[in-house]
Design a protein. Structure first.
Length: 353
């Protein structure tokens, strides 16, 4: 697991995600084409490890350098480990838990060398992340198992501009199609024509219907129409896009609350999932934004994107200790299959490989 001790630093970097209409001038069709790859949802731990290469260089290579040549397990070693975990965005709460657990194991002689320290570190990290591992597919199965008449499971996708909401929606649609679910998309970001166009391109690519209206239309009305249409067509899942916003924009936050109220007229439990897309590269700032969204509209899950970039990776541990929210998906690449259900043990193994 810890073969990273002898790994040399690499200089090659992956390109950033092509589908970011807020910052790119290419058409949505061109952007989507650049992301095409074979349609396979079977990704091995080796695939995940490769996707996290840049994150590993920031996170685990620092630890590798730190442990090289260390012999004695003492207070100074733990102090330095604590500093490195904090610099990797692990956060104060998670870092404190890790260090205290290591100290306890050292005092009980469970840890007596750097190898056993590394093994215990991985074990503690997995324990911290395990509560976040709550697959959305399980939630959907439980919510729709005995509902009569059948109602669509509604996923409301929120977040700030540039986090990758619309791209993630397209990948989510593909993910559910691979599970033999029928999907409809709702273009609730009505403030930008490019957002509607991009979602329509994802709909064409996945061969799923997209409900949209004109620029400036009421987002709640668009999403309401989509859920009504999905119900009449017996569609399993509706994924609704929303305009990107900052947590400080009270009028836009009020709009999200309105969407939830309007959906409640069709189904008291809708939206069944309020999923925020969070850019891991923003680190602790993104964590603060998620907290504010959660306080104002009530989130039920996260999709943590761009972990294949320069993100430090430790942010997931901070999420686990401070937010108490499930991490439904992690984004580890630009391809359509690179938004994958979160698996705690798999993530730690890939991070510390």
């Amino acid at each position: 697991m810890f073969g990273f001790f002898s790994r040399k630093q690499k200089n090659n970097e992956k390109k950033q995600s092509a589908i970011q209409p807020e910052a790119q001038s290419d058409t949505a069709a061109t952007q989507l084409k650049s992301q095409q790859q074979p349609d396979s949802t079977t990704l091995t731990p080796a695939d995940l490890s490769h996707s996290l290469e840049k994150t590993k260089r920031t996170f685990s290579d620092g630890l590798a350098d730190f442990f090289l040549g260390k012999k004695a397990i003492d207070a100074s070693l733990l102090d330095e480990l604590e500093s490195r975990l904090l610099r990797a965005d692990v956060g104060i709460d998670a870092t404190t838990t890790i260090i205290e657990e290591l100290q306890s194991n050292i005092s009980r002689k469970v840890i007596n060398d750097t190898e056993s320290l590394h093994l215990k570190l991985a074990e503690i990290m997995k324990t911290i992340l395990q509560p976040c591992e709550q697959p959305l597919s399980n939630v959907i199965a439980n919510a729709t198992e005995n509902t009569e008449p059948k109602k669509p499971f509604v996923i409301l996708v929120v977040g700030i501009n540039g986090a990758g909401k619309t791209t993630s929606i397209g990948k989510l649609a593909h993910h559910f199609l691979q599970q033999n679910k029928s999907v409809m998309l709702a273009a609730g970001d009505t403030f930008r024509a490019a957002a509607v166009e991009q979602l329509q391109q994802w709909g064409q690519r996945n061969n799923v219907p997209v409900i949209s209206q004109g620029t400036g239309a009421d987002p709640a009305s668009v999403i309401f129409d989509a859920v009504q249409s999905a119900s009449s067509k017996n569609i399993d899942i509706v994924i609704a896009d929303t305009a990107g916003r900052l947590h400080t924009q009270s009028n836009l936050m009020d709009e999200l609350a309105k969407i939830k109220r309007v959906l409640g007229k069709l189904d008291a439990n809708a939206p069944h999932e309020t999923l925020i897309v969070m850019d891991a590269g923003f680190g602790q700032n993104a964590l603060h934004q998620v907290k504010q969204f959660h306080d104002k509209i009530g989130l039920t899950g996260l999709a943590v994107t761009k972990l294949d970039g320069t993100a430090k990776g430790g942010i997931l541990f901070s999420i686990a200790k401070t937010l108490n929210l499930p991490v439904r998906f992690i984004g580890v690449g630009e391809g359509i299959n690179d938004l994958r259900p979160f698996n705690a043990a798999e993530f730690v193994d890939a991070l510390l490989e």
